[in-house]
Design a protein around this ligand. Sequence first.
Ligand code: F6P
Length: 536
Amino acid sequence: MKPSPIERLKFLKKNWRWSLRRLFEEDPKRADKFWLDGCGISLDFSKNHLNREALQTLEAYSNERQLPEAIERLFTGDIVNPSENRPALHTALRSNSQASDQELHVSQCLAQMATIVETITHKRWPGFQSEPIRTVVHIGIGGSDLGPRMVCHALSNVQQDGIEVHFVANVDGADIEDTLKTCEPGTTLFIVASKSFSTLETMANANYAKQWLLEAGCEAGELHRHMIAVSANIDAAMNFGIKRENILPMWDWVGGRYSLWSAIGLPIAIAIGMDHFNKLLAGGRAMDEHFRSQPFSQNIPVMLAWITYWYSQFWDVKSQAILPYAQRLSKLPAYLQQLDMESLGKSVNIQGKAIKKSGIVLWGTEGTNGQHSFHQLLHQGTQLVPVDFIAVKEPMTSNLHQHQLLLSCCISQSQALLNGKTEADAINELKSQGVSTEKARKLAKHKAIAGNKPSNTLIMRRLDPLHLGALIAMYEHKVYTLGVMLEINPFDQWGVELGKQLSGPIFEGLSQGKTQATWDLSTQRLVRELSKKNHC
Ligand code: F6P
């Protein structure tokens, strides 16, 4: 009987002598063949432990998992989130069509956003002292924060003049207090962004903001000049005191971590203008078309998913590093952590059956800073950590010299991971520096670098709204593809609920200095130690 794709992949991993150097030696055209282009993004995946047979087997497995049908189900609004009985139609947010009910709602919402953006940027939105709004503070957390925050930072070079946009997420009062130190109540507008309008952190910060305005002399009846909301829970937002016409919609068919394209992205539109926001959507749409239409062997999100699947399931890889070589993309790893880990960090499959290996840990920081910190472990540590290097082709400033330095660091890191340095080379290098043979032999053990470490290099043509939109949608579709391959629902996040439930009684315990006998002893001890009465 023919082995299944999974058996074949296991066999390949075990019996093939995987050497990146050898793969390049055997095929002089590898660097061209293992390269994909789409939507202004290029993917060099040649520095991976992959040969044609592994790729064909991954493709066979994807077909066995009915990936083509699953992609259609995503775009056509089928219930791809069965545990919450919902579709996941974030692609409708950027489809630029009005064919479905959802798309019609989206275009109405975009028109509402455009009016707000225009009113604010043309200084026609007066605060309670009749001065125009100049500062926007976006209050939200998780999916209602990370995407807009990351995009605003990434596109700071196209930020509109005369408007400042800040983000507050943490329930730690220092976050909002420090932010408001630089803001004037009379010229500050708060966007309270919460799909549920019940999230602890967001509600605490929104209440603080309201109080801050009232204490500065804003009458309750004037608060509508300073507070708007984005939420699927209109009643809760109105109960909080936000006027109906100041509430922009969110829908249950959009997951929080897929929502930056919706009104949750309002701070982006205010910061960079509606034209740029529409270009971001266009970039996402271009990647949607690529994902939906390209054969798997040419499909960038699918290829990225195959690579992660291959390493996480068969190479025992536990984490992946995301290393954008662009200062303005420094918030991308944190954004991708939620997108990937909240989606794929599951212990049962879609049928509720236990699974051994699901999502892996994503982490990283901007290059070149990480080189002087954790790259040591990437090069000589004992864990295998595949890397996504992200480079931007066009310089991001007029400083061409430093852009070339940046790119040379990026390329040389993947080169070092691939080739390493043999002990013999290390000995020769030391001897050429005048070190004695005996000493060189000893030292070379520490200086040798194994190499053979895999990486992808993604090249964005330019860091602009269009290409950033494509990059984000690329990772969204990578996560969806992995969900299909792992048989996981990537659209629910029940794991975060327990901590939220438990924090209520603990808050009461801390406030009243009381513990509950049903709590474990460590929790009781911590509550006693940190209770309010111990601080007074
Ligand atoms: O705590 C996780 C989470 O539920 C995320 O999935 C979500 O993005 C975030 O909280 C914020 O939720 P909300 O938009 O409802 O405030």
